[in-house]
Design a protein around this ligand. Sequence first.
Ligand SMILES: Cc1cc2nc3c(=O)[nH]c(=O)nc-3n(C[C@H](O)[C@H](O)[C@H](O)COP(=O)(O)O)c2cc1C
Length: 242
Amino acid sequence: MDIFAVNASPTMRRGMTHRLLELVLEGARAGGATVESVFLQKQQISPCLGCLKCWVAHPGRCVQDDDMTRLRQRFAAADLFLLAAPVYVDGFCAQAKTFLDRLIPLVDPHFELVDGHCRHKMLLERVPAIGLVSVCGFSELDNLDLVVEHTRRMCRNLHTRYAGAVLRPASRVLTMKQALPEKVAAVERAARRAGRELAERGEVSTATAGEVAQPFFPVDLYVDGANLFWDRCLEKKRFPPE
Ligand SMILES: Cc1cc2nc3c(=O)[nH]c(=O)nc-3n(C[C@H](O)[C@H](O)[C@H](O)COP(=O)(O)O)c2cc1C
């Protein structure tokens, strides 16, 4: 199993997306997968220009020859593609969306009907299965609904299999190893198991996904704790405060 992952979070190694993705990839390696991951923030990727020359003038080739040329090829070669991205304003952060838009040269402009629904054909004969790794700041899992639905729709439109999602709401609980060692360790174990499942079975089980996303606190306690955290950030004029 060849897994290609992109981490779209602009905070890169400092971010919770990175923490979660690294656990998943560690598990995937232990399950026998070969793994490559890149930070999108380190790549030169311009937004799609919408010219559609990649469809009609020179099919499959984008007019913008930036790092997406190589990343598109890497995406196409993988067995499984993992999109790791934080929730920004209820959806994907811009880096993730830009990457997804720039996959459009892989699509054939012609329409076809699949189960009564319009789709494009694909230029690729084989599209990697797609899985999601995502985090958000609020504590309810439904804050991740839109990125999950977006990933599912993308799989439908790209004629490929949805491999499931590893989601962590209240993302900063991943930093609370000292205060809550057992709970954080349980989430970390489950995230590694999710990676192993991806490598061995090509998808994340519902049980494992549930353990990664498990609640830590009643929501009113979480709100109080978060507000203390923001007060400290304001005092130090820094995020995170220490
Ligand atoms: C611009 C911006 C918008 C955000 N919007 C949301 C949001 O709509 N819902 C939410 O639960 N968290 C939101 N967050 C919180 C992030 O999802 C959370 O802090 C996450 O851990 C950021 O990813 P990172 O740790 O990899 O940097 C937002 C953060 C930023 C910077």
